[in-house]
Design a binder for this molecule. Sequence first.
Ligand code: CBY
Length: 433
Amino acid sequence: MRQYHQLPLVGFLLFSLIPSQLCKTCEVTEENDVHLNSLLSTMTTSKYTSGTQSANVLLSLRLVGMQNQTLKQQLSQQVRSSVEMRESNLSSGQLAMIILALGACHTPDETFIYDHHLISHLQNKFQAEIENMGTHDGNPLTNYYQVSLDVLVLCLFNGNYSVTKVADLFSPENKNYYLRGQFSVDTGAMAVLALTCMKRSLINGNIKAGEEDLKEINNHIASLVKKILSQKKENGLIGNIFSTGEAMQALFVSSNYYKESEWNCQQTLDTVLTEISQGAFNIPIAAAQILPALMGKTYLDVSKDSSCVSGSGTFNISSHVPKSVTTPNPPSNISVNYSVVITKTYSTTVTVPSGSVFLDVMEEAQKINETVFGFTVEKSSWGPYITSVQGLKANNNERTFWEILSGGKPLSQGVGNYVVHDGESLEIHWSKY
Ligand code: CBY
């Protein structure tokens, strides 16, 4: 579809000789700005309900050198007030993401981090994750994606943590890398970023540790990179569409751990661009998590002085809002089967307007029978998250959750985004991850 400049041989040779500390990236060319613009308008035209969501978007915009000062100011304000209003309620990874966003680019936001002692709060929250693992069969309070974010941020912002302890925690055999028996690419990628930050600090002498720790960290990175690459699909996506951006970041910073033939970055990039044009990244956090990789940036760039100067051209955000992907059919109703599965299955048929999402079906079913289909929901940065059905509550200490499926297959979107189809069989299962 797109023409790519052939690197002349000399350039190619030079490229192969780049010292291993540098990243190998592939980036979009100017002719694809249109795709990036659609991501940017998803991020800029949304209403932000959670501080973490704003933080993710702010981080992304700062990393790629977006010029829109007013928007960045607004986001930064939202992020700071979410800390002032509910610091103690934030989970460890939420706080880590907030620090990452505020600390990117050496803006006055940096002072906020230190005035509010956010690094020492994060140290405490990270400590609580570790303690919970000690008392609850190795299960953290949240999950390993967040624990990895914690370590990444403690490393980037010179917080205190034990290198030996972290090296042990991040052993690739740890069950927390797996969700429903599947290696979680999102989680593995975040761990590679955290471990790479630690490795760099050790090599630069910023932190002290024994030879053994460095060796262990190296082995973990190697093994995690292998696992990430093993999740590469034929079309180049890694894991699924929503984990690909983070996987790309991990592969950018670890290019000396795999052969050039093992990953065709360009193919991955092309597939992502096609998916963007089909509206796959239509929620702000999804757009925010893919954008840095498309510009060859990673979360490790946060510590660099140059991380926030924009590249050649600045984006030209079109003022028009992209059309919603759901075609505005004339109002008509569809009917779907809906079941709650615990040990017994409870089923019903529900009629909803076409274009409805999974959550609408659950609400209709709840109206039919509150006892059987009653549920509770919480806001998350990815949209609504189901916390209980029939009063049965998901519990991280027991690794239980409510899994959503269609036609027996787990969905890769949440209840607030998955648009249901006529005649579909939807289920929500009491599951273990
Ligand atoms: N973020 C987090 O703490 C979440 C980390 C994450 C790995 C995350 C995916 C990746 C990311 N980039 O943020 C993650 N999901 C986790 C850890 C979990 C578990 C959360 C519980 C815990 N211990 O903290 C759990 C329970 C296994 C889980 N995700 C469940 C679900 C399902 C939610 C259903 C419900 N009850 O509402 C669901 C819908 C899968 C299903 N079929 O049931 C699900 N997750 C999905 C689809 C996703 C993707 C969202 C994609 C989208 N477009 O909405 C995801 C990006 C994500 C969010 N989960 Co989880 C993974 C993917 O597809 N690549 C840090 C915080 C600061 O933001």
